[in-house]
Design a binder for this molecule. Structure first.
Ligand SMILES: Cc1ncc(C[n+]2csc(CCOP(=O)(O)OP(=O)(O)O)c2C)c(N)n1
Length: 344
């Protein structure tokens, strides 16, 4: 077993050490199901790569947290929803917004601080929000959005509108008071919310074993008599199926579920993080399980012709190139002046 060092005997988070299931049996699927999921994951990856490039060129300000490596989680989970359902996410939320239906144009323009962004260029990377698709943010305070998701679910219960709320957060958020409060109320009031912990093994540079006495985040559900689930997040169809069970429970019985999805981010915490707390070998080992490569291979297995996959990939390239051009050509947000507190 690989460990960080002699003085730090805990195993480093390689796939072998932290994955939930040993067997890798592919989940039954069809090209009709997997094709659109692969397309969404690829579009998110290309959008994230385009934003990283723009950030390096100084065209995007503030912070930028990318989801590269984790795409199967937001895409698979959101695919289990109905159109009117709600999604609440963290600052690592560009992919979640895209999966919920916000366009790459509106997301990239927002990151660029342009008037045409989904928050008119005033929110930026950490505060994507879009009422039209019921994407309810984008929050920078770790764990602070869990009670907000519980609130959205409470509204659904009160109105009896049968909507379900998905709330995404990292394992670091499970140490925060807001998480405990949101979890407690969701269980007590039986709110139709699915709480999804994207356990990407690090909270900034801190590995799980340094922040959690009990590393299985899903076990927090037990204290509240809440349903729970825990599985690997590199097979997008598996994510869709397992989250669908929790969504069904929320919609039909009003009961919440805490789900932990084991995943990994390929890049640093944010653009300013060189990731010196982990080795290149560790990252490479996870990249061998890249959810996009896995889905592409599976598409071939289930009979999608290579030419169709290439056409889909060309289509994604065109979509993201168009979105980058749209963001670059759009006018800068100037409304912010209305909100600036008088200096002096
Ligand atoms: C309340 C609070 N404390 C600290 C921070 C600084 N911070 C930003 S991201 C982060 C790590 C969170 O890790 P995790 O919840 O695992 O999510 P990930 O970034 O891995 O997706 C921290 C500590 C913050 N934004 N909010």
């Amino acid at each position: 077993m690989v460990t960080a060092s002699a003085s730090d005997p805990k195993p480093v988070p390689t796939p072998d050490n932290v994955r939930v299931e040993d067997d890798d049996q592919p989940i039954a699927t069809t090209a009709a199901e997997l094709g659109p999921l692969y397309r969404q994951m690829l579009a998110i990856r290309r959008m994230e790569e385009a934003s990283a490039k723009a950030y390096s060129q100084g065209k995007i300000g503030g912070f930028l947290h990318l989801i590269i490596g984790q795409e199967a989680v937001c895409v698979g989970a959101t695919a289990a929803l109905e159109k009117d359902d709600y999604v609440v996410a963290t600052y690592r939320e560009h992919g979640h917004a895209y999966a919920k239906g916000v366009s790459a144009r509106a997301i990239l323009a927002e990151l660029y601080g342009k008037k045409t962004g989904c928050v008119k260029g005033l929110g930026g990377s950490m505060h994507i929000f879009d009422k039209a698709t019921n994407f309810l943010g984008g929050y920078g305070i770790v764990g602070g959005h869990v009670p907000i998701a519980a609130g959205a679910a409470f509204a659904s219960k009160y109105r009896d509108d049968k909507r379900v709320t998905l709330c995404f957060f990292g394992e670091g958020a499970s140490t925060i008071g807001g998480f405990a409060e949101g979890l407690s109320l969701a269980a007590l009031w039986k709110l139709p919310v699915v709480l999804i912990c994207e356990n990407n093994q690090y909270s900034m540079g801190t590995p799980v074993y340094r922040s959690l006495a009990v590393e299985d985040v899903s076990l927090r559900a037990v204290a509240h008599g809440m349903a729970r689930d825990r599985f690997d997040g590199d097979d997008v169809v598996k994510v869709k199926q397992r989250i669908a069970e929790a969504v069904e429970r929320a919609r039909t019985t009003g009961e919440p579920t805490l789900v932990e999805v084991v995943t990994y981010r390929f890049r640093g915490h944010s653009m300013s993080d060189p990731g010196l707390y982990r080795t290149k070998d560790e990252v490479e080992e996870w990249k061998r399980r890249d959810p996009l490569n896995r889905s592409r291979a599976r598409l071939l297995e289930v009979g999608m012709p290579e030419a169709d996959i290439v056409a889909l990939e060309d289509d994604v390239r065109a979509e993201i190139e168009d979105a980058v051009k749209f963001a670059e050509d759009s006018p800068a947000a100037d409304e912010y002046k209305k909100y600036v507190i008088k200096e002096g």
